[in-house]
Design a protein around this ligand. Structure first.
Ligand SMILES: Nc1ncnc2c1ncn2[C@@H]1O[C@H](COP(=O)(O)OP(=O)(O)O)[C@@H](O)[C@H]1O
Ligand SMILES: [Mg+2]
Length: 229
């Protein structure tokens, strides 16, 4: 569903992603684990088209989107929940979700969105900025889901969220995978979270993938070592 080969991404002269390959199948959840500064956000921004791709190709469901603008990528089925969530603080919850609906041409927010996120229904008239971190994360996921993605990218969804709520987010992602035919690629530093959702875990280190495990055969000690400073 998501097929990335030999992706290189640079800021000016400085290359940060040095030729990574990603193959994520239908209904698969892939976790990209790495410490701060290893290139997770750079990778995701390049996949969604906020940063230009230096070299390599990106395919979604067989379609080459390497040269496409961000909005075209979204229309092709790739959605992005940015690090820090980036919801619109002065828009209501409902309006925040509706910003994602232009692409999918939905007239109203589908019922299954509020079924997944009852708290967003309760708070639909509140300003996004007045929600807690965990609620804002749910809002950012809902906004991405209404674009009807085939591939959902989540950049450090647990950052700044308290442990009890982290479990809720994991449950929601597992539920989303069950309800929709969706490939999820999530970047993270919290191993307990990715162990609760991911089928496969890769470790990114200074812009290279250096380790990969399936969840059944995961070497938690090794991955923890990569994640500790
Ligand atoms: N706008 C930028 N300009 C130049 N270098 C950047 C920029 N953003 C990030 N970097 C560098 O790219 C590397 C990877 O950063 P980032 O992708 O944010 O990592 P992560 O998301 O894993 O914490 C770091 O060395 C960081 O300093
Ligand atoms: Mg980051």
């Amino acid at each position: 569903m998501l097929e990335v080969s030999n992706l290189h991404v640079s800021y000016g002269q400085s290359e940060v992603i040095h030729g990574v390959d990603i193959h994520a199948g239908k209904n698969e959840i892939l976790a990209i684990m790495g410490r701060n500064g290893m290139g997770k956000t750079t990778l995701f921004k390049s996949l969604i088209g906020i940063l230009p791709t230096g070299e390599g190709t990106i395919r979604v469901d067989g379609k080459d989107i390497t040269a496409a603008e961000s909005f075209q990528r979204v229309a092709s089925g790739i959605a992005y929940v940015p690090q820090g969530r980036m919801i619109f603080p002065t828009l209501s919850v409902q309006e925040n979700i509706e910003t994602g609906m232009e692409v999918s041409r939905l007239k109203r927010i589908p019922d299954d969105i509020f079924a997944l996120f009852p708290v967003l229904h309760e708070m639909r008239h509140r300003k996004g900025g007045n929600l807690s971190g965990g609620q804002q994360q749910q809002l950012a996921i809902a906004r991405a889901l209404v674009t009807n993605p085939k591939v959902l990218l989540l950049d450090e969804p647990t950052e700044g969220i308290q442990p009890s709520i982290i479990k809720d987010i994991a449950n929601i992602l597992n539920e989303i995978r069950q309800l929709r035919d969706l490939t999820i690629v999530v970047s993270e530093q919290v191993l307990s979270f990715t162990l609760a959702i991911a089928d496969r875990l890769v470790v990114i280190d200074k812009g290279n993938f250096i380790h990969e495990d399936t969840r059944e055969n995961v070497d938690t000690e090794k991955i923890s070592r990569y994640l500790s400073v």
